[in-house]
Design a protein around this ligand. Sequence first.
Ligand SMILES: *Cc1c(COP(=O)(O)O)cnc(C)c1O
Length: 487
Amino acid sequence: MKYLSTRATRTDTSGRKRFCEILLEGLAPDGGLYLPEHYPQVDAALLARWRTVYREQSYAALAFEVLSLYIDDIPATDLKAICDKTYTKAVFGTEKIVPLTMLEDAAAGSGAAPLYLEALSNGPTLAFKDMAMQLLGNLFEYELARRGEQLNILGATSGDTGSAAEYAMRGKKGVRVFMTSPAGRMSPFQQAQMFSLMDENIHNIAVDGVFDDCQDMVKAVSNDLDFKRKYRIGTVNSINWARLLAQVVYYFAGYFQSTKANSERVCFAVPSGNFGNVCAGHVARMMGLPIDKLVVATNENDVLDEFFRTGIYRVRGSADTFETSSPSMDISKASNFERFVFDLLERDGALVKSLFGAALGDNGRFDLNADPRFGQAAQRFGFVSGKSTHADRLRTIRQTWERFGVMIDTHTADALKVACEQLHAGVPMIVLETALPIKFAATIVEALGREPDRPAKFEGIEALPKRVIAMAADVTAVKAYIALNCA
Ligand SMILES: *Cc1c(COP(=O)(O)O)cnc(C)c1O
């Protein structure tokens, strides 16, 4: 299996690479994102076999089956060992790894559509990013050891991504993490999660500034090619193909848990920001998983909902990005969206390049409404969308608690709100739960008048000693710090 860039022309196959070559890379050299040359097809016999693999063996065994179709430059025994080590009950809390909770046999007013929550939030940092990041940590350690190399991961976080990366990379050989975050802007719980890590290879840097200042520092360092090469700087952001691939697995696991036979179809509702999670659903659907609709839910930052409704993709600047109570979706430029547009436009890399390169760069927007292929987003690819606001979030959290006794977080609430607008008689709707309520306690208190439950292992973490250094929003300072700690 080779991977190509979403900006490569059809005839130019020279830049195609294998899995381990793109594993440690970010964007392709032409600024595009990597995708497989084709999507391996899962026929009825294979789907039936995978159902048994998940039911009678494990999630790790299912992950190995899916990953094997895309990774042919890691020996099977090694890949199997990596999957087995990643998806364990010890790390994810349950044997099923992504258990379903049935909310309703037949959602009220929907004409009988079963409604489920699929828990992707039982990993070490209680958010779905663990699902992929835990695998990435083990893949990085494996590949770096094989090459005899080191990697220094530099990142910027406002919460979930940074902590998922640190918990995935802590103690891993060959990897150091330098994670910048805006000082005092994360919730006390999030700060405690990250800053209480005492591992030598994890460096927390609290920057005197906002998230954009952190992001700008990371970009400036990455643009200094000499420094980047000398100190082997890498990233773990959501455009990484291995992260996306890891996420494909739980769409299969959700399908098997909610259906009895492979003739059945299901819908998934996905709280979306960078379009990474739902793009994995698109890949699963392209492989032949019987997904009817992929429901894209946004918060007040509704770039994606606007696109699926109108065909216009209009990115917003940071000044026009709202700070909401589902902060992990406060994104106004969806970094994985280019992957879907590439498929929508029949893999015309030259056109994708003009849209995401020139048009977005010059005008901050492009318009596919007049392109006959835009209609295919819904018809052929199954995408529908909707938006949820703070008031919707509060109401959904309250109703879910009152009717089912289930407490959901703010991001999951956005997805559930939009899912209920898209129910189809007889077709199960699976809402992806992307975080536990404890991470966003203030909004839970606002909705329910009580604190969310806290998993035992996080009891009292705010009081633990903290390992973090303070820094001005200054690129020279962060470079000096990296140089000092890589010596
Ligand atoms: C990152 C995140 C999302 C958004 O996922 P994307 O892949 O960026 O679309 C949703 N919910 C939570 C809790 C997250 O951490």
